[in-house]
Design a protein around this ligand. Sequence first.
Ligand code: PMP
Length: 424
Amino acid sequence: MTDLAPRKESRRVTAPATVVFDVQRVRADFPALHQQIGKHPLVYLDNAATALKPQSVIDAVSSVYAHDCANIHRGVHTLSQRATQRYEDARDKARRFLNAPSVEETIFVRGTTEGINLVAHSYARPRLREGDEILITELEHHSNIVPWQLVAQATGAKLVVAPVNDAGEVTEEAFANKLSARTKVVSFAHVSNALGTILPAKRFVELAKAVGAVVCIDGAQAAPHAPVDVQDLGCDFYAFSGHKVYGPTGIGVLFGKRELLEAMVPYQGGGDMIDRVTFEETTWNALPYKFEAGTPHIAGGIGLGAAIDYLTALEPSALAAHERDVLEYGTAKLHDVPGLRLIGTAKHKVGVLSFLMSGAHPSDVGTVLDQVGVAVRTGHHCTQPLMDRFGIPATARASMALYTTRADIDALVAGLHLVREMFS
Ligand code: PMP
């Protein structure tokens, strides 16, 4: 799978939950899976929007509020010290998860969106000038488009877009054609949320570095599916969201290279990010705190640490094989549904199946599926320019996680036959 390889054994942080991937055992860890929607068991296929949480994450979050509820970093009392220790332990788990060189380069943010905005506003905005270019791709999520538009508007830099082909891939040629000495920043998704396409991130970084650009990767959809190694990728920044890797909402991580972070001025000021404040002058706290103004999402960070423990304890190659099996099974099954058109047929994909049904609007598809307990997402998936590229307003999207089974796909397909009966 191009850049997304199975997790390495050395990245395990706790004992493996399974040796051979046992999906039923894993499903038992996710309480939200075990409920009825009306008369039907829940079939949760909206994982690209947010993943369900294992009990260990729920327990970690609730134990913060039940036992270690205190503000962090400044308190000398026991609760504050315990909370601080747990939060900083979680940061180190996030560092290991990304194989970042240091915790100073591992910044807690609200999520991928805030990570990209931090890079846009603290790195790019003060540095870019008229004539400079920012390169993104046509499959980006709005959170990797709009921050760059804001930078372009403020600086006079130009936003340049590498196109996708009919399969929903950004080829090396299409990407390289848009690079030049004017390209100062490149930012692209490691994996597309709308289509599931895996981009050849390492190669794109090499190409961007050859013209001297700084590279930011949107890892929101890659981090849940395979290990990320920011040192191997060679990128300058990498952002992901906790809630897509089975952790809490409102917490995520931005990796940034130390020399860049040290040279950047923070775009948010407040408590904890300062060294010394006078009315005349303020000096910054050390990394990573310089970019973490205000009371952070303490329980969220600790919950993310528990999610990373959970994910990295699963046997890596067996998990990858399971996810691949369900994707291949789902792709074949959807192929056989009359009137269904798959959008996004890239050679290298994660478990995302975006589709249209003839005669039925995607929101009708989603509503009918919900009536039989199948949760999918419908709409533009925050990728309106990509929808425009395919000449469609929306798709229905079934997206998979580590607990998704072939039986879930069968329930989806049964629901789609119901849609066909109702709308053809
Ligand atoms: N990029 C991609 C590819 C995404 O899928 C998402 C979430 N749908 C985001 C960025 C934004 O993530 P968040 O809303 O968690 O900040």
